[in-house]
Design a protein around this ligand. Structure first.
Ligand code: NDP
Length: 285
């Protein structure tokens, strides 16, 4: 499953060997401490062969929930009791929530992104360009459409993946989506409101990698977002700032998906500033 399981402290002894702390764990446990929750959020490796048993185990031990990372985001669905709306549309779960005696799959990646976005702009009626067509692009595309964006342009290197995402969006959410094959330098169309990098370009250690994008077509009225959490100040973030755009970095999305997870599991709305500070300490910002 994930890498990350969330459970009450008194159950910790039931598990042997949690793997090393990851940034998400540091962020979540900072929130638990700040809000006086005597909980743990651990990072645990589960092999695909053991996924069913691990989900059953989480249920048996009364876990409030857990996050799932690749490669379990799709495979976990068959072991759950139900799905939230956007997880059902995406066909991917990154957050499982114990509700009564059921485990329900949610997807907080796109919701976290939209929460960050709404701090700067209302996505209602927005025209959005998204680079990438993988899991992050899918989560963001679905959620910005559900939040009211009217036009989505998916720009991707591989045609098959890009067209698959566009079909999903046109079939399942109330927005008009189109595909642009990413070959050569991309020019952001005039009238675009929001530009999002949802590829892995710029992720550590390839910190000097840049999107093949004419950055002079970024206009000051656009909001520019990057999903890359490490390092948060990517070339795209800096290029956009220089051109006067309002920007969202990858830490914003990471913090907000964590905020939503804690809300699902505990009913408490955690302080995002505390969580961001914990992440910045990890990433040396
Ligand atoms: P996937 O592997 O599913 O998708 C990667 C995407 O990036 C694909 O569209 C791929 O294109 C594209 N891509 C990768 N390298 C290049 C390149 N050199 N040139 C052009 N396109 C490229 O990954 P995810 O969608 O799961 O994750 C993407 C990023 O999002 C990761 O860096 C991850 O860290 C980040 N992320 C951040 C989160 C946050 O909370 N901040 C949450 C989730 C993810 P193609 O289809 O052609 O291969």
């Amino acid at each position: 499953m994930s890498k990350a399981l969330n459970f009450k402290q008194e159950l910790t002894a039931c598990f042997g060997q949690p793997v090393a702390e990851n940034p998400t764990q540091v962020m979540m446990e900072a929130a638990y401490r700040h809000h006086g929750l005597d909980w743990r959020y651990l990072t645990i490796e589960v092999s695909p062969d053991n996924l069913a048993a691990a989900v059953e185990g989480a249920k048996a031990m009364g876990f409030r929930g857990f996050n799932c990372t690749i490669p379990h985001k799709v495979a976990v669905i068959q072991h759950l009791d139900g799905l939230g709306e956007s997880a059902s549309v995406m066909g991917a779960v990154n957050c499982v929530v114990g509700r009564g005696d059921q485990l329900i799959g949610e997807n907080t990646d796109g919701k976290g992104f939209v929460k960050s976005l709404k701090e700067l702009v209302d996505p209602q009626g927005a025209r959005v360009v998204i680079f990438g067509a993988g899991g992050a692009a899918r989560a963001i595309g679905v959620e910005v459409a559900l939040a009211g964006a009217s036009q989505l342009t998916i720009v991707n290197r591989s045609q098959a993946r890009g067209e698959e995402l566009v079909k999903l969006l046109n079939d399942r959410v109330p927005a008009q989506a189109d595909f642009v094959l990413w070959e050569g330098t991309f020019t952001v169309p005039e009238g675009t409101d929001i530009v999002i990098n949802a590829t892995s370009i710029g992720l550590f250690p390839d910190v000097d990698a840049r999107l093949d994008l004419d950055v002079d077509t970024l206009r000051s009225e656009m909001v520019v977002a990057d999903v890359i959490p490490n390092p948060p100040r990517t070339h795209l973030v800096r290029d956009a700032e220089i051109r006067g755009c309002r920007v969202i970095d990858g830490l914003g999305m990471l913090v907000n998906q964590g905020v939503i997870g804690v809300e699902y599991w505990s009913g408490i709305s955690p302080d995002p500033a505390v969580m961001r500070q914990a992440l910045e300490a990890v990433f040396g910002e």
